[in-house]
Design a binder for this molecule. Sequence first.
Ligand SMILES: *Cc1c(COP(=O)(O)O)cnc(C)c1O
Length: 406
Amino acid sequence: MGPGRSAERAIAAAEAHGAHNYHPLPVVVASAEGAWMTDVAGRRYLDLLAGYSALNFGHRNRRLIEAAKAQLDRVTLTSRAFHHDRFGAFCSELAELCGMEMVLPMNTGAEAMETAVKTARKWGYRIKGVPDGRARIIAAANNFHGRTTTLISFSTDSEARADHGPFTPGFSIVPYGDLAAMAATLDAAPEETVAVLLEPIQGEAGVVVPPPGYLTGVRELTRERNVLFIADEIQSGLGRTGTTFACEHEGVVPDVYVLGKALGGGVVPVSAVVSSREVLGVHRPGEHGSTFGGNPLACAVALEVIAMVRTGEFQRHSATLGERLHRELGLLRGKGVQEVRGRGLWAGVDIDPSRGTGRQISERLMDRGVLVKDTHGATIRIAPPLVISEEDLAWGLDQLRTVLAE
Ligand SMILES: *Cc1c(COP(=O)(O)O)cnc(C)c1O
């Protein structure tokens, strides 16, 4: 079934006047609820992408929409030039959820990552005693931390970097999951290294889980060398993997969490850097900021997100349904699937090239009413809203089995 007339018009306008920095599937969404989206022609689709985990609590979650509506009727924006009555609660409750002391709110994930980089450098100069201009940060190959010029400066994705230079210096890249390489790179300049920056599971790389012991090893190496361990949990955090944070799978507590995506409940962009007083205490008035960061609407929605995460119910649901997801995907190995990775309700599925590219599989799933996103040619990602029912998940997997058998 092709897109209808009104969908065609919407797509044509987007093609003509929207920059082509994305290649969306030809579906035009008009409304959504829970794990389902409806297009302009009234066709329903099961959402197995969940806005790259920004929609962990489902589309238009009732609690989040009510929190947003109540706040819309009071005050939406003050700027940080003044206090507002949701800010203190947001900071203290998010810090508590993370087992940390301080919060620096921003809007998008990339902004929070930029903030983490600036914070680590400042901590290096003011606390660790790194000579001026020498701070170095270690990141992993195949990382994804966002799209700003500095963040792509340590990306290894040539598409993300192409024609965007010159780049920001001060970063070293190590292979992800290789503890010996991490130790060697740290020891090449331990006095100048201020941070190791990692996704505890690499999302955009195809849901890559590091070998057991890696995060624990990085934690030990960084602690011994007075280097900050910054965990980018923008996509992996807030329930996605069956725990509040993906670092918990190894019992690791980083020095800094970077959060985004689900923190805004799929309603507003909310991101944050969460850390100790020693680390975030380095910022002084005027040295960093954001007009919208920590605004009343963002804080009201995020406070409700924090309350929902605190119940543990989304983590439990993700862990339980995630077992079923990975069991059933595992059975597809050799039947159109080459490899499956992930944790909880999060999977990277490498498609056997003989069955088509990731894009072709995504298009065929769309025709059957299931929305997923391909990555790196041969991989599809499955990351449904954590509110998905077991029946809906089973139905979605049926569609995948059918498409792979065609
Ligand atoms: C999405 C993502 C980001 C960037 O977030 P934006 O809100 O798109 O800027 C950073 N890190 C990780 C791990 C992400 O998945």
